[in-house]
Design a protein around this ligand. Structure first.
Ligand code: TYM
Length: 335
């Protein structure tokens, strides 16, 4: 197949640390299903990444299955895309080692997420937390992905994955595709509803700060009503109005309306009307996700069939890449 005929490969992954947030959904997962028409898509639940912070094993297993079901509920079709659980493809761990040997201590030390997480868990700054971006590079490079749809917070990790790939290619000859970040124009950084200078995150201690995609409609509407905004009441997108601008990005992402249209729609109306409209639009948008999730969780056999098929497909691709990488670095072939 010529380069023109080959569809580009999309790859992304999400950690199974609880229900997805509206930030995960808008910045990443809600877009993943839409990419299936144009690209060959590969998605996974990053359970290996999750254990860089302490997890209860039974909870992790449960959340991994729930996250898998959520990916499908958010529009990813396991018949059209490869959808798998990261730990089912041992090839990622194999490549992780190879790539770690092309990664510098200094560049890992500069990762802001490592600094943030080690500040949050000072009693458990483990080596996995430090080398986490190498495993992420392995996830991506194992499939020679062209594009990686992510939110803004993962940009630095993706940059590092590119550097690792380039360094490997420099040492051993062109091998890995250099992946590109695929970051949305609107919604790449959904912020906390209580402190719009902070990323919306599931670990936020204030329950009103974060919308979870399985929240009931009345809970969603209530959280939006309580969202922190500035003291004027003009619905206008502006850097000095981070709270209202965040709500506008959310509204834009779930309705498909652009920012100027939203400004016109709410011209002369106050924040109260706008917050209610955002809450209702988000609740409406998430209703089918909630229903599909409930349906899928009632059919564990189907989910298992999907993730077992996903693992087979993932291993078939990444196994070949890992074997070639082993050969490239000079390991003796076993076949
Ligand atoms: P994770 O699980 O933290 O987040 C999953 C995706 O959601 C995006 N995201 C957001 N986007 C906008 N606003 C927010 N507030 C927000 N919060 C999260 C993230 O940018 C991400 O795209 N290391 C990754 C998982 C991973 C991965 C990979 C991603 C493992 N291997 C390979 C891409 C390719 C992570 O922890 O994402």
């Amino acid at each position: 197949m010529s380069e023109q005929e080959r569809k580009k490969i999309i790859l992304s992954s999400i950690q199974p640390t609880g229900t997805f947030t509206l930030g995960n959904y808008i910045g990443a997962v809600s877009r993943w299903g839409k990419l299936q028409d144009e690209f060959d898509c590969i998605y996974s639940v990053a359970d290996m990444h999750a254990i860089t912070v302490r997890q209860d094993p039974a909870q992790l297993r449960k959340r991994t299955i729930e996250s898998y079901a959520l990916l499908i509920a958010c529009g990813i079709d396991p018949k059209r895309s490869i959808v798998f659980i990261q730990s089912h493809a041992g090839t990622h761990a194999e490549l992780n080692w190879i790539l770690a040997c092309s990664t510098q201590f200094g560049e890992l030390s500069r990762m802001t997420q490592f600094k943030d997480k080690s500040a949050k868990h000072p009693d458990d700054i483990n080596a996995g937390l430090f080398t986490y971006p190498v495993l992420m590079a392995a996830d991506i490079l194992a499939y020679n992905a062209d594009l990686v749809p992510i939110g803004e917070d993962q940009r630095q990790h993706l940059e590092l994955a590119r550097n690792i790939a380039q360094r490997f290619n420099g040492k051993y000859g062109d091998f890995f595709t250099i992946p590109e970040a695929y970051i949305p124009e609107v919604g790449a950084k959904i912020t906390s509803l209580q402190d719009p200078t902070k990323k919306m995150s599931k670990s936020d201690e204030n329950p009103n700060a974060c919308i979870f995609i399985l929240d009931e409609p009345d809970v969603i509407i209530r959280k939006f009503k309580r969202a922190v905004t500035d003291s004027d009441s003009i619905v206008r997108y502006s850097e000095d109005k981070p709270g209202i601008s965040n709500l506008m990005s959310i509204y834009s992402a779930v309705t498909g309306k652009n920012i100027p249209d939203i400004e016109r729609e709410f011209d002369g109306k106050g924040y109260g009307d706008f917050k209610l409209a955002v809450g209702e639009a988000v609740a409406d948008n998430l209703k089918p996700v909630r229903e599909e999730f409930a349906r899928l969780m009632a059919d564990k056999a189907y989910l298992k069939e999907c993730y077992m098929n996903g693992a087979k497909a993932a291993l078939s691709i990444s196994g070949k890449v890992a074997a070639k990488a082993y050969h490239k670095v000079g390991f003796v072939d076993a076949r």
